[in-house]
Design a protein around this ligand. Structure first.
Ligand SMILES: *[C@@H]1O[C@H](CO)[C@@H](O)[C@H](O)[C@H]1NC(C)=O
Length: 95
């Protein structure tokens, strides 16, 4: 379950790049999802302000809850992984 979630979230920046939209939104989403002080409701509000397409609010809440259930160490590791993906050569940044 944990692994599926990680792959799911790792796919987001790729979609983000493919649609050539502003990826600063993605940085913010990662910061919000890995911040254990951010509640599910707060997270859903942030996503709502960025989402260009309809999405499943309940499922998103479950994803955030899943992150809230992780240890600080796991959250920190997740941030490191996301940074590694962003900084890789295969992920050119437009800004
Ligand atoms: C986490 O979220 C809280 C509340 O929104 C905010 O005050 C805090 O600065 C955030 N922490 C980090 C590390 O971004």
């Amino acid at each position: 379950m944990k692994l599926v979630l990680v792959f799911l979230l790792a796919a987001i920046p790729i979609c983000c790049y493919a649609s050539s939209s502003n990826c600063r939104a993605m940085d913010d989403v990662v910061a919000q999802i890995t911040n254990s002080s951010v509640s599910v409701a707060e997270f859903q509000r942030v996503i709502k302000s960025y989402a260009p397409l309809p999405y499943d609010k309940k499922a998103l809440g479950e994803v955030k809850q899943c992150f809230l259930d992780q240890s600080e160490e796991t959250l920190a590791n997740y941030r490191v992984m996301m940074n590694a993906i962003y900084d890789s050569e295969d992920c050119p940044q437009t800004s």
